[in-house]
Structures are given as C-alpha cells and as structure tokens.
Ligand binder design. Sequence first.
Ligand code: HEC
Length: 191
Amino acid sequence: MNPYVNMAVGALLATVFVMMSVSIASEGIFHSAAPEKEGFAIVAAEPTGDAAAGEAAPAAVPIAQLLVKADAKAGEAVFKKCQACHSGEKGGPNKVGPDLWGVVDRPIASHEGFAYSAAIKDFSKGGAEHWTFEHLNHFLTAPKAYIKGTAMGFAGLKKDEERANLIAYLHSLSDAPVPLPDPNAPAPATN
Ligand code: HEC
C-alpha cells in the first residue's frame, strides 16, 4: 500500500481516538454538573428575570428555607470575597461597588454617591424594587445572568449554603435588621 495512504489512515485513526476520548471525558464532566445547574441555566435564559423574580429559578431552594440553617458568622468569612469591591461598614465608603451596610431591603441602586450602571438602574425601576432576600439570592448566584449588563464583575456564589450564610451576614449589617422571611410560606409559584 502507498505509505502516504498508511500515514493518512493512521492520522485519521489517531484523530478519531482523541475526539472520542475528549467526548467521553467531557460527557463525564457534563453529567456530574448538570443536575445542580439546571435551575440556573433557566435564569440565564430568562431575559426578564426582574419581572418574574419568584419564578426566575424554579429548581432553586427558596432562600427563606436556606436561611433557616444559615450561619451569619460563616457568612462573614464569605464576605471577604466581596471586600475587594465593597465595604460593609455603617457610613463606609463606596469602593469599586457601593457600601453594603443595610443593603437588605434597601431600594436597589440607591446608595448616595455611587454611579450605578444603566442596567441595575433599570432593574430597580426607579427605586421601586428593593433588595429582598429573593433578589439577593438570585443576584448573588449569578450577577450577570440576573441583571444583564451589571457592572459587578463577580462570577457568583453557586453553593446554596455559602450564599445563604453570606446573605445572613448581610442581613446582620443593620441597626434594625428586617424580619427573616417565613420558611413555611408557600413557595412562589414555580413552573
Ligand atoms: C470586582 C468587584 C466586585 C465584587 C468582587 C463584588 N461586587 Fe458587588 N458590586 C460591584 C459593582 C461595580 C456594583 C454596582 C453594579 C452596577 O452598577 O451595575 C455592585 C453592586 C452590588 C450590589 C447592589 C447594591 C445596590 O446598592 O444596589 C450588591 C447587593 C452587591 N454588589 C453585593 C455583592 C456581594 C455580596 C459580593 C460578594 C459575594 C459582591 N457584591 C462582590 C462590584 C463588585
């Protein structure tokens, strides 16, 4: 047989082998990650997440239930991830992002002296929308998926427990924290 044909066949077989290995490997990764991500994938595809906050992540556990077991002390450690850009002190400075003292239930995009992006200002509907536990939960899971075009350059906290601890800590950053949501309230209608 022509040696070039042999080489070509060899190369073709090698390519097929590599492609099969890659496809098997990536399938493995995909399968292990898929069930947890499903709910968030839907959030990403939802262009009007703000209008349907309760329905934005049908598969996600409601934040009211996550907060029952949340630990604000552990959340304080998670907050270190935010501190490059945010202060959490009362009267603290705006850094790359606005100061987060009292952020729970604060009107969205309302901190004095901070130049918010058009995206988050739109989302706030002129301050009518507040940072409810639900909004915080979805926003902090995947900021850019929940508020498209936000200037917040943070990938998000995908782990329910870590995020709930952090939200419990944010809740404590207030002179008069708002009541925690009722974990027994019927969940907002999912699909
Ligand atoms: C790389 C910088 C950066 C990091 C890290 C970051 N943020 Fe932000 N954050 C921003 C910016 C910038 C904005 C303003 C967003 C806009 O204008 O669209 C923002 C806005 C916010 C808002 C809205 C505040 C308001 O007044 O409406 C919240 C809540 C928030 N961030 C929470 C967090 C939390 C909690 C963390 C940590 C888990 C975090 N951010 C990490 C930069 C950051």
